[in-house]
Write a protein that binds this ligand. Structure first.
Ligand SMILES: C[S@@+](CC[C@H](N)C(=O)[O-])C[C@H]1O[C@@H](n2cnc3c(N)ncnc32)[C@H](O)[C@@H]1O
Length: 394
């Protein structure tokens, strides 16, 4: 399938997002920001269509209209690197030469995150803690991670090097709580090692426990270390699309592998007889169970490795519809083989943030055909794409 990029120069101004930091060469994360939005979408869909066409062979399938993003303010999450110096900190990026770049005006972040950032900076400056320097391996403050819910509540996480910083932050916590009441949960994550990762294992709670994410009729509970889709509006479209496919199919039993805090399961539960979610993170499972309880949903959740769980299911417990939403690496050979060899599974809804591993996994599911596919633009202004497909056993 070949999609053409239409010439629509008249609409360009409303399709472009201006970013002073990009124009000045200070932040280049949004690699596609200079491409008009309609063209970004076409290019992403074209790239995904090419990968899927290779595995679909002669059989054509339907591409549903793409779920588009807002051009600005769509990211529900910010990952700020702490820079500058103690008492005069910055939140944003730190260049390899140590020069800090402020990103508290980043136009793709939800503006409520940017407003909170100035209060967070004031708070951090008041502690006199110094930023962590990667080159010198000293200092305390590494990152500030902020997530905003649709209702404007915040989950704030400080990633620091040592317990000394935890104590300093904890000692002044009440002032932050007063000046930033939207912050319903605030935690400190300990990352003592000099490693190129965003967070450590240990999370210490200053107050709160979770962030309630209201997605239409479903409320999910996001915990500090749990995965959550970064574009709330597009995530709602994704869960609704899966719901629509499930409505069309009418399955008796749904298995949702890699279920996270339960987004797919909770949207699908009203449409299916039974829904079982499986997720490796015990904390995410606890949050999913809480959401199910609050909603009186019949969805059930278990903490387990997706492949191990699937492989031990006796035939009479296998689903007729399977949802998979794995990390970038995809589902891999063992799980794909199990799906292929389980005749009970008639349908698969596969949602992926990596069209390459999606295509490779579909190639392994030889006895399934793609019915429909849809692009979900979670990551506007970048080349990243989320693609969901409905597969049917042939
Ligand atoms: C792309 S996220 C999808 C989460 C969820 N479906 C959603 O919509 O928010 C992938 C999830 O897979 C989980 N995961 C990673 N490896 C896993 C494994 N081996 N077995 C089960 N879950 C796993 C991660 O913890 C993460 O929550």
């Amino acid at each position: 399938m070949r999609l053409t990029v239409a010439d629509n120069s008249a609409a360009l101004s409303s399709e472009m997002l201006n970013c002073v930091k990009y124009d000045a060469g200070l932040c280049t994360s949004c690699t596609q920001i200079q491409v008009p939005y309609h063209e970004q979408i076409l290019l992403k869909q074209q790239a995904a269509a090419q990968l899927l066409a290779e595995v679909a062979g002669q059989q054509g399938f339907e591409w549903l209209p793409p779920a588009k993003s807002e051009l600005a303010g769509f990211r529900n999450k910010a990952k700020f690197v702490v820079g500058g110096r103690g008492g005069a900190l910055t939140l944003g990026l730190v260049r390899p030469d140590g020069a800090p770049i402020d990103l508290t005006d980043c136009p793709i972040q939800d503006p409520r995150i940017n407003s909170a950032a100035s209060i967070l900076l004031e708070f951090l400056n008041s502690t006199r803690l110094s930023p962590y320097s990667v080159t010198e391996k000293r200092g305390e403050l590494k990152f500030v991670l902020v997530t905003v819910s649709p209702l404007g509540q915040l989950l704030v996480r400080f990633v620091v090097r040592s317990l000394r910083a935890v104590r300093k932050l904890a000692a002044r916590a009440s002032t932050l709580r007063e000046s930033l009441p939207e912050a319903v949960t605030v935690t400190v994550n300990l990352l003592p090692e000099h490693k190129a990762v965003l967070e450590g294992e240990e999370e210490l709670v200053l107050w709160g426990a979770e962030l309630a994410m209201q997605l239409e009729d479903v409320t999910l509970y996001l915990l500090p270390q749990s995965f959550f889709q970064t574009n709330t509006e597009v995530a709602i479209s994704l869960y609704q699309q899966a719901q629509e496919w499930v409505k069309q199919v009418g399955p008796r039993r749904v298995l949702d592998l890699y279920c996270g805090v339960g987004g797919f399961s909770l949207f699908l539960a009203p449409e299916a007889g039974e829904v079982q979610g499986v997720e490796i993170s015990a904390a995410a499972v606890k949050a999913a169970r809480k959401a199910a309880r609050r909603q009186r949903s019949n969805a059930r959740f278990v903490a387990a490795d997706a492949t191990k769980y699937a492989l031990q299911l006796p035939p009479n417990k296998r689903p007729d519809l399977l949802v998979v939403n794995p990390p970038r690496r995809g589902i891999g050979t063992e799980l794909a083989d199990w799906i292929r060899e389980s005749p009970e599974i008639e349908w698969v809804v596969y949602s992926s943030c990596n069209p390459r591993s999606l295509a490779a996994d579909i190639a392994r599911l030889k006895n399934f055909r793609i019915e429909s596919a849809r692009l979900f633009d979670m990551f506007a202004h970048t080349a990243h794409a989320e693609v969901a497909v409905l597969l049917q056993r042939q």
